[in-house]
Design a protein. Structure first.
Lengths: 191, 1179
């Protein structure tokens, strides 16, 4: 049980943990693919770039340190994606970018203040929290996560939630505490 | 209270439980059990405020089934505009109809909207829905908006209405005409001094109004300052979106939440501490600094670097960067930028007052009040021509603050007369007119400058050559009409009266605001000469660039330096009107002084002749001078081997020069040597038999030592950044028993560790205590420094002085001492994250390949290393692309290490160690995972084992891989973060597409090693007679060569040796080596500190290679030699070899101090000279 209380980033940092990489990969690959195919690139090239992105992450994630600024990880990840796409476009003489305004879109994504970047930040957290809740469901069971959703995401009181789910208020509180603690473990990716 | 009843958990535990801060499951269960029965605690839990993290999770809205729910709360109406694929814009908010999208700030989106009742167009700022979901944030937004709406001030944007649409707060503001200061800076011509002062004053006045109502902005930056075009660029402060009422600060923001924009943020704000009005003043200081100098006071490519700069750097005073900036303004900006808020002006009001004192009034007010300083600003054509006339005080009037400013500007111009200074500036030219106002009165009318003599008659009219001349780019001239009808177009004019200049007009081409100032800084490193260096490329070399001046008058122009020197008389100057390159020497100047300097606008590149050493002149000089020698503003390339005999006629001085590819600076006998504002990249630095050396504000990078001095010398090093490998100062035995006096003040000395730590002094006898007088003050010693090295009487090898403690006592008692021992320099660029290292390499190779003869040089980057390139190589080998279903084959049960025999899977195991044990000779171990796995030792006697990446994977092996006796290994497609260490009778026979931190390669007549498409950070080659090693398409950081006996061979084909460090890329210092290495090198690139070799007995046969190096000394078994010419002659090789560009080591990123704020007490670094030279990229 000791090891599971270590954050994903710390596990990756410690090295030699294939499971942590697999988890990370499963958390991010699909989401990144979505961004690449839907907004940033022509689909034929996506897998190449995605692989490059994951390779860079593999190499550099252990070096990532959260600097305390809000969104540090999201911005870092965004930077890697932008750079990989640019690199790819450079090598393929501009190929791969989505449409004529591909560079503009990339520029927007590189710009912390842009709407697109904020969209990225928002979707990142939304996606990651969903994924982490999925993992939590596996470990704690569906009711626990439902109780968490009701109290934290939907803002219901413990009493309302308890009544809706047919469990005690104390169980609702315990569910909230457990799941929140699990999410908090990955705070560095989220905050 | 409930937390005092023993049965209840404490409030803190309960709070931690509620916030999900408990990790131990048992504790959670216990608390839950308590809650089952305790109503009080459940109530208490429900009452705790929701913490930041929970809010963050809530704001994601993750897992809600209806993703549109967040925007649905905005309005039920249809979407009318799509800004970006994912942003939806409502068509109505409150009583406003949305017409378009204008932009966005930290908390809200700004729309163009129409107030339906008043039919008035407004800018409508609407809080972002995802933020508005949090009721506290919503409250905050409304509250700020209401606070801001309560203030009416010319310099604050007015707020018409604050309202809410459902749960979406918004505020309506007037639609302003104009642009933000940020946009203005990006697109407009440079701001004039009065404009700068006015903008600062307006912003300060607006802040004062807000601060007086307890409102803090928190994000003052150019993008939040609006220049209202209708009102003469009146400033309005925008976006109090981050501002909070000061007195409620603690309640509404989370502690540790950093808001603001890093580049403009006060240190306390960056630390997440409470901010106050003075934090805004700091940000205003950053804005003003940028306006004055063209760049930000604190810089960093990453937020972290920026925040480090913020904590550590002391920006240069703006007036140093740009002499036009009055001292008062410069001082005010620095006070605003004080790290400690108590050192800043106490209030925005005070800043307004200070700026009022600086404000050089416009024409009308100047006329009305007869202010003694007149500044004319041609507002009618603000984007074409701006003229400023600054006049000194009329002597009757008492000097005001503004007078001092004007005087300061005149003094800073460095000219004795400068009573008037007129500056016409356009986007790329500055016309500077300096007039003695006793001789002329100046009047600016209709775009002409009219100078009237004391008799009241018009003497000169000066104007641009054509009306629109100054609008266009390119070399400009101006047109002068004199009283007697003479008309002339020229770019410089001086009028003398009784031998004294009374009128001087110079035209300088400048770059855009930012660039020109950068160049100014680079050119005058110290920044105190006030000159703006023109872009050299804009001015073509004159046909006869060497101009001989006598008493300031032109004698003759010459094509070559030698011509000028032939006519040189005492006190003559040679001024170079060209960038060259020009070859210099060998030159002898006897009995006369020699002054060589760059003409304004040029940076001549003087290539020191590479005469080859022979037995008679082992170290031939390029310049032999008996008399004074002064070189200013030039790039000196190659060894500046000066024989300089000071016969009491003057010093040897170098100013504002860069010395590149320099083995040594010269030999001066009993000389006075002054080196100022130079970048020196050398191997052996300056040698001086006896005399006085002063080095000030230089960056020196030395591959060995920096100074060698004889007894009786005195050495003064001040304000330098010094990177040294061997020793900083080597002291020869004393002459007449006199000691060497050494004074170091305000330097950063960086000890670069290479084998042994460097020493501050090396003494050629045992008597350092007697022969060295050391006096240091305010120095920062970074890296590790050893006690003195001594050369014992046998003269064979330097040894560390035994009395370490005594030496340490001397250094440790220096006043103002700072040490940062943990600082290490990652000189070897392969240490950098790979993309960065390879980006540099690609760039350099790109430059080299532009040379037709070298178009094919270096490795093919697309085939280099593991991952994709490896896949590509596999496909090439098999003649077809790897089918999709063969990519990333699944690891079967048992593990990702697959043992293959004749292509068939024998076993799946979980570790490399198991795989090694399972494998038999000739087997292949395929790794089917990307994750890092521990490396393992290859057991004795296993031969022809291949370890490779399965197609599509990038396996990482960490730790050391030892190959036991008689083992033999092939590696393909792997990243190995560790050592590969073969036993003496074992080896790696082939490496393809790998990246490896350390590799020891054994070769002898029976063992070969071939490396293809791989990156090896450090390669230790152990060779015996007949050994052969071949590298192709690969990159090596550093070679440690060990030819044990006989002759062994190393072939490099299309490789890069990538070692931009002060030292050698190939070296061996192990006396056990008795053999010779034969190199066959083709189409390869060498990026190294010195010419690549140190102490290697070798033969060399090279073709089509390129060399970029810093110091130019190299060594082989025959002794030391210099330069590429010596190289060619020695080896009769490399005729097509070439040097392309300056070495990367001149890139300041490589010698920037990697010191974190506060590490080892170095938070305040006394010397930022490195930063001063950081701009010196343009030669």
């Amino acid at each position: 049980m000791e090891t599971t209380s270590i954050s994903l980033l710390d596990q990756l940092r410690a090295g030699g943990n294939d499971e942590a990489w697999r988890t990370f990969d499963s958390l991010y690959r699909t989401w990144l693919r979505g961004w690449l195919t839907q907004r940033l690139m022509q689909s034929a090239d996506v897998e190449d770039v995605l692989q490059n992105v994951m390779t860079v992450l593999l190499r550099e994630l252990p070096e990532f340190r959260h600097n305390g600024r809000s969104g540090a990880f999201r911005a870092w990840l965004r930077g890697i994606v932008v750079n990989r796409i640019r690199e790819f476009a450079r090598q393929s003489h501009g190929g791969g970018l989505a449409g004529d305004d591909g560079e503009r879109v990339l520029g927007e994504l590189a710009d912390e203040q842009s709407l697109l970047s904020q969209q990225w930040d928002r979707e990142h957290n939304e996606h990651l929290v969903s994924q982490l809740l999925g993992l939590a469901e596996r470990d704690f069971g569906a009711t626990t996560v439902q109780a968490f959703r009701a109290t934290v995401l939907e803002g219901k009181t413990a009493a309302e939630t308890a009544a809706a789910l047919g469990i005690s208020e104390a169980s609702v509180w315990a569910a909230k505490s457990r799941v929140l603690s699990r999410l908090r473990r990955e705070e560095n990716l989220l905050k | 209270m409930s937390d005092q009843i023993p049965d209840h958990p404490g409030a803190e535990s309960l709070r931690a439980f509620g916030a999900g801060k408990l990790e131990d499951d048992q504790t959670i269960s216990n608390l839950a059990a308590h809650l089952e029965t305790c109503h009080d605690c459940r109530v208490q839990l429900q009452d705790f405020p929701i913490d930041e993290f929970e809010n963050l999770i809530r704001s994601t809205g993750a897992g809600q089934s209806d993703a549109g729910v967040r925007s649905a709360s905005v309005t039920g109406q249809t979407v009318i505009l799509r800004v970006s694929p994912t942003i939806e814009i409502p068509d109505r908010i409150g009583d406003y109809r949305i017409l378009g999208f204008l932009g966005q700030g930290g908390m809200g989106v700004v729309y163009l909207a129409e107030d339906q009742r008043l039919k008035r167009r407004v800018a409508l700022k609407v809080m972002k829905p995802e933020l508005a979901a949090d009721p506290r944030a919503r409250r905050r937004f409304l509250r700020e908006a209401q606070s801001a709406a309560a203030i009416e001030h010319d310099n604050l944007v007015t707020i018409f209405q604050v309202g809410e649409d459902g749960e979406l707060p918004f505020l309506a503001m007037p639609l302003l005409k104009g642009q933000t200061l940020d946009q203005r800076l990006k697109t407009g011509p440079p701001l004039t001094l009065p404009q700068i002062v006015r903008i600062g004053r307006h912003a300060a006045a607006g802040l004062a109004a807000a601060h007086e109502r307890g409102l803090i902005h928190r994000d003052i930056k150019p993008a939040n300052l609006w220049l209202e075009s209708e009102y003469g660029d009146r400033v309005k402060i925008l976006d109090f979106g981050l501002a909070l009422p000061a007195e409620t600060d603690g309640h509404l923001t989370q502690s540790g939440t950093v808001v603001g924009t890093p580049a403009y943020m006060a240190p306390e704000q960056a630390r997440g501490e409470e901010v106050d009005a003075r934090s805004d003043l700091f940000s205003l200081g950053c804005v003003l600094y940028r306006l004055c100098t063209g760049h930000l006071p604190f810089k960093g490519n990453t937020t972290l670097a920026l925040l480090t700069s913020l904590a550590v750097d002391q920006p240069d005073p703006p007036k140093r960067v740009h002499a036009d900036i009055p001292a008062e303004l410069s001082d005010l900006v620095l006070r605003l930028l004080s790290k400690n808020r108590t050192d800043r002006p106490a209030s925005a009001r005070d800043v307004v007052a200070a700026l009022d004192a600086c404000q050089l009034a416009d024409v009308s007010s100047a006329a009305a009040t007869a202010t003694p300083v007149i500044v004319l600003e041609d507002e009618a054509r603000p984007d074409q021509l701006t003229t400023r006339i600054a006049r000194p005080a009329q002597r009757r009037r008492p000097p005001s603050a503004a007078v001092r400013i004007a005087l300061a500007a005149c003094l800073a111009s460095g000219l004795a007369f400068g009573a008037y200074q007129l500056i016409f500036s356009t986007a790329d030219s500055t016309l500077v007119v300096e007039v003695d106002d006793n001789a002329f009165a100046a009047q600016f009318t209709n775009g002409e400058l009219r100078l009237t003599g004391a008799d009241g008659k018009l003497q000169y009219t000066i104007k641009p050559r054509k009306a629109d001349d100054l609008k266009t780019e390119g070399p400009h001239r101006f047109h002068v009409t004199t009283a007697d009808g003479l008309e002339v177009d020229t770019d410089a004019l001086t009028v003398r009266k009784n031998g004294k200049p009374v009128l001087k007009v110079t035209l300088k081409q400048v770059l855009d605001n930012r660039e020109s100032r950068a160049v100014a800084k680079a050119d005058s490193l110290k920044g105190d000469t006030g000159t703006v260096a023109p872009r050299p490329a804009q001015k073509p070399d004159q046909e006869k660039p060497f101009v001989l001046l006598r008493d300031g008058k032109l004698v003759r122009e010459f094509k070559a330096l030698a011509g000028a020197l032939a006519e040189l008389k005492a006190n003559d100057e040679v001024v170079i009107h060209g960038n060259g390159p020009f070859t210099v020497g060998p030159v002898k100047v006897e009995g006369r002084g020699l002054v060589i300097r760059a003409a304004p606008g040029f940076r001549p590149r003087l290539v020191m002749s590479e005469s080859v050493a022979d037995e008679l002149t082992p170290n031939p000089a390029c310049l032999t001078v008996r008399g004074a020698l002064s070189i200013e503003g030039c790039d000196l390339v190659g060894s500046v081997r000066v024989r300089f005999f000071d016969l009491g006629q003057g010093p040897f001085s170098l100013r504002r020069c860069r010395l590149l590819r320099c083995a040594s600076i010269g030999v001066a006998f009993d000389g006075n040597v002054q080196i100022e504002d130079c970048l020196i990249h050398c191997h052996y630095g300056l040698g001086l038999f006896a005399g006085n050396v002063e080095m000030t504000n230089c960056v020196a990078i030395s591959g060995h030592q920096l100074l060698t001095v004889g007894g009786g010398s005195s050495v003064h090093l001040r304000d330098n950044t010094l990177h040294v490998i061997g020793s900083l100062i080597t002291v020869n035995p004393p002459v007449d028993g006199k000691p060497v006096e050494i004074e170091l003040k305000n330097n950063v000395a960086v000890g670069v560790h290479f084998g042994n730590p460097p020493a501050l002094v090396s003494v050629a006898d045992k008597e350092w205590k007697k022969n060295v007088r050391w006096k240091g003050q305010d120095n920062l010693y970074a890296g590790r420094w050893a006690q003195p090295y001594l050369l014992p009487p046998d003269g064979k090898a330097w040894t560390l002085a035994p009395d370490e403690a005594e030496w340490n006592k001397i250094v440790d008692s220096e006043p103002g001492l700072r040490k940062a021992e943990s600082v290490e320099f990652a000189w070897n660029r392969l240490d950098m994250p790979a993309p960065a290292a390879f980006a540099s390499l690609c760039e350099v190779l790109g430059d080299v390949r532009r040379n037709e003869d070298l178009a094919d040089i270096g490795p093919d980057m697309d085939r280099l290393g593991p991952g994709e390139p490896w896949l590509k190589m596999l496909a090439e080998k098999s003649g077809k692309a790897i089918p999709q279903d063969e990519l990333r084959p699944e690891a079967q049960e048992g593990g990702p290490f697959v043992v293959l025999q004749d292509g068939k899977i024998v076993r799946h195991v979980n570790t490399l160690q198991e795989a090694f044990h399972a494998a038999t000779d000739g087997d292949v171990i395929e790794i089917r995972t990307d994750g890092p796995r521990p490396a393992a030792d290859l057991p004795a006697g296993k031969r022809a084992i291949t370890v490779r990446a399965a197609p599509g994977y990038l396996p990482v092996l960490t730790g050391n891989l030892v190959i036991a006796e008689n083992g033999e290994l092939t590696l393909e497609g792997l990243h190995i973060d560790g050592w590969i260490v073969p036993a003496p009778e074992a080896h790696v026979s082939r490496i393809s597409n790998c990246s490896i931190a350390w590799l020891i390669a054994n070769t002898d007549d029976a063992r070969r090693c071939r490396i293809v498409n791989s990156v090896i950070k450090t390669l230790k080659v152990m060779q015996k007679d007949g050994g052969e090693m071949a590298l192709s398409g690969s990159v090596v950081g550093m070679f440690d060569l060990n030819p044990r006996d006989g002759t062994s061979k190393i072939t490099l084909d299309h490789c890069a040796v990538w070692h931009p460090a002060p030292d050698f890329a190939f070296s061996t210092f192990d006396p056990v080596n008795k053999g010779t290495t034969e190199f066959i090198v083709r189409d390869s690139h060498f990026e190294t500190g010195s010419v690549p070799f140190g102490a290697v007995p070798m033969r060399w046969s090279g073709q089509r290679n390129s060399y970029r190096f810093g110091g130019s000394y190299w060594q082989h078994s025959h002794g030391g030699t210099y330069g590429l010419a010596g190289w060619r002659k020695t080896f009769d090789s490399d005729e097509q070899g070439s040097i392309v560009g300056d070495p990367l080591l001149c890139d300041p990123a490589l010698w920037r101090l990697p010191i974190d704020s506060g590490a080892n007490g170095t938070a305040s670094i006394p010397n930022r000279r490195g930063a001063n030279l950081a701009l010196n990229t343009e030669r």
